[in-house]
Ligand binder design. Structure first.
Ligand code: ASN
Ligand code: ZN
Length: 324
């Protein structure tokens, strides 16, 4: 494709008058062929009809910054997440084939969430009472985009333990995107998800804590952070698809323990182990035990059996109450 693009480009230079048009076509083709990021940001303009996605196109790849901060945050956050996966794990976008990264901002009215809808990322503005705009936090953007990667790879079913693993993978790589962009080693990172997203009137520091699940907030409006850090405290009810955002505290804590025991940049070793598990080993119905089994096996393959790295991963799952 690159060779073909080069040939068409030189040909186009010889066609007087057509040069610009052909040049643009070739540039677009080169972008796909060489694996560069393609971002598009849409504005839902707080339309009451939530089915009206994606909304109006407001910024495309390479176009100048908007006057709308949410547009620029969604654009920059998607860019940082793309670059993280490209530079650290050699992954070319959500599908590893350069899929365009679509995001919609100003979704709904005072909408208190962000999500991946199977095709794109969607961000609410928050109600201003509990939550601020969801594009504010780069780890939240990394979280939503990772749901796309999980969909194309392990396909972890969004229910029970596989759903909690799906959620945890999004927290792990969301946090790693943030740590990588801030150049923070594991011991310096805050291990919070959505730090600064809650308004100052709420008693809490973030949506979740990977380092200390269950301590992110405790407020009359929100209740207490319900996340467990150990299987003995696992939520067994039916809310939240069987606690996908609750029990994710357990694998989150295991990742935190493994990454800090290994030391250095969390994305280099612990992140690589988790990424390969997500890409090559986990499946739709995998549970915590399978995640432990595969990450321990991958640590052995990458760093040898009984290496510090493998022992750190084993010990981490054990402390979270998960048997491989
Ligand atoms: N923000 C949530 C998430 O990405 C939305 C949801 O419940 N799916 O997990
Ligand atoms: Zn999620």
């Amino acid at each position: 494709l690159q060779e073909w693009a080069f040939q068409t480009l030189s040909l186009s230079a010889r066609i007087r008058g057509q040069r610009d048009v052909l040049g643009k076509v070739v540039t677009a083709m080169m972008t796909v062929a060489t694996g560069q990021k393609r971002r598009t940001i849409y504005d839902a303009k707080n339309d009451a009809d939530a089915s009206d996605l994606p909304g109006t196109l407001v910024r495309g790849e390479g176009s100048p910054a908007s006057t709308d901060i949410a547009v620029n945050e969604a654009y920059d956050g998607a860019g940082a997440t793309y670059e993280f996966f490209r530079q650290i794990y050699d992954r070319n976008s959500i599908d590893d084939r350069g899929l365009r990264l679509d995001s919609t901002v100003h979704f709904g009215q005072q909408y208190d969430n962000a999500f991946w809808n199977g095709n794109q990322m969607v961000y609410g503005d928050g109600d201003g009472q509990i939550f601020q705009r969801f594009t504010k936090c780069i780890d939240v953007i990394g979280h939503e985009l990772t749901h796309g990667i999980t969909q194309y790879e392990a396909g972890l079913r969004y229910q029970g333990e596989s759903g909690a693993l799906n959620e945890s993978m999004s927290d792990v790589f969301g946090s790693l995107v943030k740590q990588w962009s801030l150049k923070q080693t594991a011991d310096k990172a805050d291990w919070l998800i959505g730090q600064g997203l809650l308004t100052p009137s709420i008693k809490g520091v973030a949506l979740r804590s990977m380092k200390a699940p269950g301590t992110a907030y405790n407020d009359p409006m929100l209740g207490k952070d319900p996340q467990p850090a150990h299987t003995r405290d696992m939520y067994k009810g039916s809310q939240d698809n069987g606690g996908v955002h609750i029990n994710s505290g357990i694998p989150n804590y295991a990742f935190y323990l493994a990454a800090t025991a290994i030391g250095g940049n969390a994305w280099e070793k612990a992140g690589k182990i988790w990424y390969l598990a997500l890409r090559d080993r986990l499946r739709a119905t995998s549970n915590f035990s399978r995640a432990a089994y595969h990450t321990i096996a991958i640590a052995g393959e990458l760093y040898s059996n009984d290496s510090n790295e493998q022992r750190a991963v084993k010990e981490a799952w054990k402390r979270a109450g998960v048997e491989p």
